[in-house]
Every structure is written in structure tokens, then in C-alpha cells.
Design a protein around this ligand. Sequence first.
Ligand code: XIL
Length: 388
Amino acid sequence: MFKNSSVSRRRLLYFGASGLAGAIAVAVAKDRLPMYPSQALDNLTRDFKVAGQTPLKGRATAKGLIYGAASGQDFLASDKKLQASIVRECGILVPENELKWQFLRPRPDVYDFSRSDWLAQFARTHKMLFRGHTLVWYQQLPEWFKEVVNRQNAEKFLVEHITTVTKRYAGQMHSWDVVNEAIEPDDRQKAGLRKSPWLEFLGPDYIELAYRVAAQADPKAMLVYNENALEYSGRKEEVKRTAVLKLLERLKSRGTPIHALGIQSHLVAQEAALNAKKLRSFLSDVASLGLKILITELDVSDQKLPSDPAVRDRIVAGVYEDYLSVVLDEKAVIAVLNWGLSDRHTWLSTFTPRSDGAPVRPLPLDSSFKPKLAWNAMARAFDQARKR
Ligand code: XIL
């Protein structure tokens, strides 16, 4: 059930054993437990008490932090309860899909801003910040892309897309994920770069170009490099963190207008490899480059947890509080966003569904918009954070 279930089983076995062999085995097994044992295991003694009922955005603001969430325009426009929850809890809104090429570019010469404009207007009406996701990515490209874009015209497409889209919201965007997920060491390209149409057509410099074009069109927005799978400390993640750090160092040393790292933070409840020390030192390395850090897409997959929703909620809440307490310890972390706000609308229901068919519960509000323990966990982490 858990990734470390072999550990639990071994512990049970060895607790009854006597002698040196047993003691050593227990020590080794303990060593393999997560940094925060409660993270992957249910813990009935852990309470998630919160003082008062102040919404998350107020608690975050009190510490100089920004809190918000992603939402799809279709869900938001048709669901008054979701609207009310987002308005109550969030100080920043990010379109979940509406600014991706697939949505914005129905044909090579047509831009459809109707859905992203709706979301921008919603944010404005409710005095929320607005952030952009994402200008350059290897996924969610339109069907026509592979027929039309090639080595000869790729630069023209990239520059024109970034200019048109960033100009439309110039002066209104808190921040832009200019480039998303450009590192994938498994692809075995130079500098750990991901095999993508952009790399194939333009070479490694497409990244720097993207930031320069974005900065020119919208000099006010914070320009972010957004990346996944940076949080844990498996071999893969370690290699990825090193490659990301090198990329950021290189961009900064060349005077590229980049201002922040976005850490997606799609967490996995049964994952035992959160190493607080290593994560903390990565964050301070990023900060020492003069970059801010945003937690951009936080959710906690409960795909492999036991079926009882109360147990799942406790474990998920523990993951939230443990993770946020580590990352918020770094003062360069200025914002936290969930990828969705309520379990009613979460990409994980299709991306990591449960084998028992029960709905997933990865977000702070349940599917009827009631705060869960994960909400308490986030509130507690904000309340305990140092002021920025
Ligand atoms: C996801 C959306 O939530 C889904 O609705 C869509 O089908 C696929 O993309 N990392 C990212 C986001 O940067 O853009 C992804 O969003 C989730 C993973």
C-alpha cells in the first residue's frame, strides 16, 4: 500500500527479535523512514487545529505571502459555489489551461482570447492578482503545430506568440511561466534539456530568447521558469535539481530577464523521499542567485492511500503541513498556489485516479467546497511562517 510498506513489515518483524542482528535491522529500517514519519503514515494523534476562520489569502497576506489557485474557465463560469470559494480564499488566480497554445491557437493565424480574457476579468472584478501559464511548453500544442512549425519558421512562431500573448495582458500580469518543464535529464540531451520541438528547431538558446521577448513585451511581469519533479530526493530528482540550478545560473550569468523559479509541487502522499535538508538547500541555492520562488501547482495525490476518506484526509493534510513548513522556511518563497481549489475539479481525477473508483481528495476543499484537514494544514503552515 505504501512505498515503505516493506519497512513497516520489517519493523514489525524485528521488534519482536532480540540480539544485535535485530537491533541493526531496526536501525536500518528506521533510516529509510521518511524525514517526517507522519507524512506517509496515518497519525491519529496529530491535530490540525487552526485559530479562527480567516481564509487562506488573509493568512498568507499577513506573512507577506500570496495564496491562490488555478481554475479552468469552464468550471468557474458555470459554478457559483466555486466562484464564491475562489473569491473567499484566493489572492491570485491562474488559468489552468486557457493560456496554453492548444486553447489560444485554434489555427496558425488565429488567437482566441475569449476564455483567458474571461478569467482575467474575473480576477480584476474580485481584486485578485492574475498569473500566466504558460508561453513555451512541449505539451498541449495544437494539432496543426506539427504540420506547420519547422526549423525555418519556429523562431518566428515563438517570438510572435510570446509577443502577442504577453502584450495582451501587459501590465496586468503578476507573473508569467515563460518556459515550462524544459529539463528532463532522462532525454539525454545537452545540459539535461528536454527533447521538445523548441529544442529540436531552435537549439538550447530558445529559453533565453523566450525570456527576452517576454520582458520586452511586458516589462512589469515577474518572469518565472516553472518545473516539475523537483521536490523529492530520489536519484532522478537530485539530477534534475542540479540541471535546473545550472540552467538558472547560466541564464542569470548572461543577464537574461528571469526573476523566479516556479516549483510545481505535485506531491504524492505515499512518497517517502521528501528530504527536508536537501530541499531546503536547493531553495537557498536558488535564492542566492537573486531569484524568488513560487510554489505554483500544489496538490497531493491520494491515489495509493487506503480507501477510508478520513484516513486519506489526515495523511494528505500531514503532507501539506510538512512540505509547506519546509518551503516557507525559505524567505525567497513568495507565493503558494494550489492546482485547483476543490476536489470537485482536479486534474488528478483523470491523471491519477484510484483503483477502487473512489473520487480523489488532493485539494484543500472537498467536492462540496467545505474545508478539509488539508485546508487546516495550509492555514497552520501560513500562520507559522516567518514574515516576508
Ligand atoms: C494540466 C491541466 O490541469 C489539465 O486540465 C490538462 O488536461 C493537462 O494539463 N503541469 C503543468 C500544468 O504545468 O499545465 C498541467 O495542467 C499539470 C502538470
